[in-house]
Design a protein around this ligand. Structure first.
Ligand code: PMP
Length: 421
């Protein structure tokens, strides 16, 4: 190979050509309508969409849109900076209070995305030593500041193997010792905790796993956190608004007291139909995140119109339980019928119903065949899931109708017949 083709831009370009030619490059269509509805407009015709996270149909709800429109009119498009500079707006604070009340914690801190919440809050928690040292310098008790990156040796993070990428990235940024524990394996977690020689421990798990649709054993995690004096953070992006008698999330589903979980993270992108993320917990812990989470300090918050719309969406989710019940009923129906067709739905228990295909190229073929039948159903593959575990990840919302699900089932069966010949 000569020097020109070894240059990074040339290597990247030829790699992209290879991936595109193999059919593996994502073929996401350009959509000319709201992607939060079950029927979307693509290439001049209707398509069914089974991967939108607008679980409760609130993204297009008239009252949500009205609240957002009023805020847009009052505050404008952006927020003009970060919360610690210009943009500490009343709607952000109102949303933080509302989500904290909804999930049963003292307070909450909002971020522009759920991803930003995790990559900001997880390393921030481990900065206790650094923030303490900084406070001493500011107060004149010390004159030198230690390196920020060198202050987490006292910590060990215990992270569940199927945690979301944003949790994984937050852990990477935390620069502490990390012990991964196998999926829902609390016995191995207990062994890791008992073997740990670190003073400060931090257990991290999703409440609902995004690619498998199963639920974490939060009561056992909370018990272990308590016995081993560990901090516990649950990423409830898929549980909040959906699980529990009042939709308050995975903790309510399990009957776990909110005081047993130090940090409840979630997103506004799914049940609440908007965008943005939060971390809820005790007031002083949340106040600590405001001075330690870099994605809060150095980045703009979610736009004020979205904050106002999301607050309205939380109210509707709270007073209209039929929305989550219908989404769950749709999921139960789809899961039962797709299993009857012989497909494997892994551990799915909620509105996320993966259909395991396995081989990545086969999964891409399913996506292509379904698209021919007017269904948009991208597949998930490594690094979202393990190699050889590619799957079509279906998400059932309260807006899907039975006939639409039946049509999907028919097309899935036909796609399999086509591919097995
Ligand atoms: N956590 C989990 C478990 C998720 O599934 C996601 C998004 N898919 C996120 C965090 C990130 O949320 P957002 O889309 O709001 O950035």
């Amino acid at each position: 190979m000569n020097d020109i083709t070894r240059r990074p831009p040339e290597r990247i370009k030829s790699l992209v050509r290879l991936i595109k030619n193999s059919g593996l490059y994502p073929q996401n269509p350009i959509v000319n309508s709201a992607t939060t509805e079950p029927v979307i407009w693509v290439d001049g015709r209707d398509h069914l969409l089974f991967c939108s996270n607008n679980l409760l149909g609130l993204s297009n709800h008239p009252e949500v849109k009205e609240a957002a429109a009023k805020a847009l009119d009052r505050y404008g498009l952006g927020s003009g900076g970060s919360r610690q500079m210009a943009a500490n707006i009343d709607v952000h604070r109102a949303l933080e209070r509302r989500i904290a009340e909804f999930v049963g914690q003292e307070d909450a801190i909002c971020f522009a995305a759920g991803y930003m919440a995790n990559v900001g809050a997880i390393p921030a928690i481990l900065k206790v030593d650094f923030i303490e040292a900084l406070a001493k310098v500011h107060l004149g008790h010390e004159s030198t500041l230690p390196e920020e990156a060198s202050v987490t040796p006292g910590w060990e993070i215990f992270s569940e193997e199927l945690n979301h990428a944003s949790v994984v990235d937050g852990v990477r940024l935390a620069k502490a010792k990390v012990s991964k524990f196998p999926h829902k394996d609390v016995e191995t977690l207990e062994k890791h905790l008992s073997a740990s020689d670190r003073e400060s421990k931090f257990i991290l798990s999703d409440g609902v796993f995004s690619m498998d649709g199963d639920i974490a054993p939060i009561p056992q995690l909370a018990e272990l956190a308590n016995t081993h004096d560990s901090l516990l953070m649950i990423d409830d992006a898929h549980g909040v608004g959906m699980l529990g008698a009042n939709g308050r999330g995975s903790l309510e589903h399990h009957g776990v007291q909110t005081s047993q979980v130090d940090l409840q993270m979630g997103t506004f992108t799914k049940a609440f139909g908007g965008v943005g993320g939060y971390v809820a917990g005790d007031r002083e812990i949340i106040d600590f995140l405001r001075i330690s989470a870099r994605t809060y300090i150095f980045s703009a918050p979610l736009p004020p119109a979205i904050a106002a719309g999301v607050a309205e969406a939380i109210d509707i989710a709270e007073r209209e339980p039929w929305r989550r019940e219908k989404a769950m009923e749709n999921a139960r129906y789809f899961r039962r019928e797709v299993q009857a067709l012989g497909f494997d739905t892994l551990g799915s228990e909620v509105h996320i119903v993966p259909v395991l295909i396995g081989n990545e190229l086969d999964a891409a073929e399913y996506t292509r065949l379904l698209r021919h039948r007017g269904i948009v159903a991208p597949h998930a593959r490594y690094p979202a899931v393990a190699l050889g575990q590619a799957r079509i990840r279906f998400v059932m919302t309260c807006e899907h109708e039975r006939e639409q699900i039946d049509y999907l089932l028919k097309c899935l069966g036909e796609a399999r017949d086509t591919l097995s010949h």
